[in-house]
Design a protein around this ligand. Structure first.
Ligand SMILES: O=C(O)C1=C[C@@H](OP(=O)(O)O)[C@@H](O)[C@H](O)C1
Ligand SMILES: C=C(OP(=O)(O)O)C(=O)O
Length: 409
């Protein structure tokens, strides 16, 4: 599938239900932990391309492992292969992956004794890793570029002879993802502490930890339904499963954020119901340093509703699947909006026209396609390279069709 047309649509029913598979972030951590602790059993693993790539990479015996666009897989596997004694692997990815920095992680692993070399450009994939036993246990690293470097180190930490003590320098970005890693370690019996800017993980020499872990469904994927409900009439409801009120995923901040758009969320057993209860068109300000993946969703919701929004804490957006700040500005302005960006902020001016049949470019970024899709409740448009969604949510377009979106190829 290349481009698709989203025709101006309405939801079929006032109440709809969707089941989303497991969180890509939780899955990619647990898949790595299962490789280290084979006795754990996993349920509701994500069906995303990124999790499939992670599974394949972990069982691969090849000396070149290509993880395409999967950032977490790139970072987590760098740490994993660094401790596979006797194994030599070149870890590579897509053209964009070769532009996504990895130096902070590589230097931290080298400081612990790892043997890693750059194959093309210093600081970027591809990298050649010769697995070794690491005996050092203390390292400092910059924490303001990507939390994935920190999670990568934490995931292998309990298998290091002396555990690991990390000192985080500077402002810590995407903190909930670090806490998610520590909470998953805790669930399999690995002890850790996170006090101020120091994280300590104790070594774990037990051979096996037998336990079933069920991955909660993906909150970043849920964000598109929060946006859809925000654009619908009062009384519209969408029920999503399987979600918990007390999530490990930082994107569960959606509940509070979309409350400001008049969307009320209630939890019952393993489902959550999003209901539009009021119209709230006041300008919005959010700091998304803890939830960068929902920035695109929120910006498009505000554009669709014609309301101003001031988003801060967005510095990591520039090194994701594309430069998401530039991509958002370009595509919203094609639709008739007006957006100012800096290195870490986005300001959307209020507006009340949305151009029709604009062709939205997606820049190999699943979240560009999915964030703009709810706009079909307001206007018809084209989404380019629509299958890009499979990076995190392969059944996205089918799920939208079931609730009433009119989509043609
Ligand atoms: O650890 C994770 O699973 C993730 C961490 C975040 O990245 P940064 O820490 O680079 O912001 C997030 O954007 C990404 O989608 C998933
Ligand atoms: C940034 C993302 O993923 P990654 O960094 O794992 O490629 C994402 O899913 O929005």
């Amino acid at each position: 599938m290349s481009s698709i047309t989203l025709h101006k649509s309405e939801l079929k029913n006032r109440k709809s239900e969707i089941t989303i598979t497991g969180s890509k972030s939780e899955s990619n951590r647990l898949l790595l932990l299962k490789a280290l602790y084979p006795e754990i059993h996993l349920e509701n693993i994500s069906n995303s391309d990124d999790s499939q790539l992670m599974t394949k990479a972990l069982s691969s015996t090849s000396d070149v492992v290509d993880i395409h666009h999967a950032g977490t897989a790139m970072r987590f596997l760098t740490a994993f292969f660094a401790v596979q004694v006797g194994r030599e692997v070149t870890l590579t990815g897509s053209k964009r992956m070769k532009e996504r920095p990895i130096k902070i992680l590589v230097e931290a692993l080298q400081a612990l004794g790892a043997d890693i070399n750059y194959v093309e450009n210093e600081g970027f994939p591809p990298i050649k890793i010769k697995g070794k036993k690491l005996t050092k246990n203390k390292v400092s690293l910059k924490a303001n570029v990507s939390s994935q470097y920190i999670s990568a180190l934490l995931l292998i930490a309990s298998k290091l002879e002396n555990g690991l003590e990390l000192t985080l320098e500077g402002e810590i970005t995407s903190v909930p993802y670090i806490k998610m890693t520590l909470r998953l370690l805790d669930e399999i019996g690995v002890e850790s502490s996170f006090i101020n800017n120091t994280i300590i993980v104790k070594p774990n020499n037990k051979k096996t930890i037998a336990k079933t872990l069920t991955v909660e469904s993906d909150w970043s994927s849920a964000s598109y339904y929060f946006s859809i409900v925000a654009l619908c009439d009062i009384g519209t409801e969408i029920t999503l499963s399987s979600y918990k009120e007390n999530s490990l995923q930082g994107d569960s901040a959606l509940v509070k954020i979309y409350n400001e758009f008049g969307v009320e969320t209630t939890f019952l057993k393993n489902t959550m119901t999003l209901k539009k209860v009021s119209h709230n068109t006041s300008p919005k300000t959010f700091n998304l340093v803890n939830a960068p993946d929902i920035a695109q969703t929120i910006a498009v919701t505000c554009f669709a509703l014609g309301i101003a929004c001031d988003l801060k804490g967005l510095h990591t957006l520039k090194i994701k699947e594309t430069d998401r700040l530039v991509a958002l500005k370009t595509e919203i302005e094609k639709l008739g909006g007006n957006v100012d960006i800096s290195n870490d902020t986005l300001y959307l001016h209020p507006s009340n026209t949305i151009k029709e049949m604009v062709s939205i470019a997606t820049y190999h970024d699943h979240r560009m396609a999915m964030a703009f899709a709810p706009l079909a409740l307001k206007t018809s448009m084209i989404i380019e390279d629509a299958m890009v969604v499979s990076k995190s949510y392969p059944t996205f377009w089918d799920d939208l069709k079931t609730i009433g979106f009119k989509i043609s190829e």
